[in-house]
Write a protein that binds this ligand. Structure first.
Ligand code: ZN
Ligand code: ZN
Length: 226
């Protein structure tokens, strides 16, 4: 399966640098040297929310259902363009590169073959529109790289039809996020998403897993919005 996937990825790969589009010297390169140097790596900060600092505010994850959050890069510049390449251009090779950045920097405590990687589920309408789910692509690629189990055991139960006619405020209410467990969930899990912004989807996913008997070890993402 991995060779087939690699060939498919090569076919879908855009010809230039994934972030800036400039021509690349080698066929196996995905980012140009300038973009590699400009990657916004994050220094370790708050273990709870993954932010380098709270800027005088309280920790946004103080009441989150996950005990730890981590991301290798900030969501800006090159990383933002990589996420866009995966999400909006469907460049699966961008997902693999993001997984490589995560695998190379993942905290040691999260590397454990007993901990399954669980993708945060996409809203059904979005998944249908794109034909794929970026968080799932990223999680699969990461699971393969770090040799940890992959468990696609969460589904979004919120339906777009219910949102028709609802006010903007209702649509943004946290209750809108209905996430439930399907099948047999793993006993230990790390939640994976492409971008950690407010943490609301990660939190709702962690709550669903906990209700199903899973211990959520951490919520990790490729990029953290500062
Ligand atoms: Zn570039
Ligand atoms: Zn914090």
């Amino acid at each position: 399966m991995s060779r087939w996937l690699a060939e498919l990825v090569a076919l879908l790969a855009p010809p230039g640098c994934l972030a800036c589009g400039c021509a690349l010297g080698r066929a196996d390169e995905r980012l140009c040297a300038t973009c590699v140097r400009a990657l916004p790596w994050l220094r370790p900060g708050c273990r709870r929310c993954g932010l380098p600092r709270h800027r005088g505010r309280t920790c946004p994850a103080a009441r989150a259902a996950f005990p730890r959050a981590w991301a290798p890069v900030a969501y800006e510049g090159v990383s933002q363009r990589l996420v866009a390449a995966l999400k909006f251009r469907g460049a699966l090779v961008a997902g693999d590169l993001m997984a490589a950045h995560m695998a190379a920097n993942l905290p040691v405590a999260l590397r454990d073959p007993a901990i399954a990687l669980v993708p945060v589920p996409a809203a059904p309408a979005r998944r249908r529109r794109r034909g794929f789910d970026p968080a799932r692509v990223l999680t699969l690629a990461l699971a393969r790289r770090i040799d940890q189990p992959f468990a696609d055991c969460l589904v979004r139960a919120d339906r777009t039809a219910r949102q028709v006619g609802s006010s903007r405020r209702e649509r943004r209410a946290p209750g809108r996020l209905l996430i439930r467990v399907r099948g047999t969930p793993p006993s230990l899990a790390i939640l994976v998403d492409d971008v950690h912004t407010t943490g609301a989807t990660l939190d709702a996913s962690a709550r669903a897993l906990a209700a199903g008997g899973t211990t959520v070890v951490a919520a990790i993402s490729y990029a953290r919005t500062l």
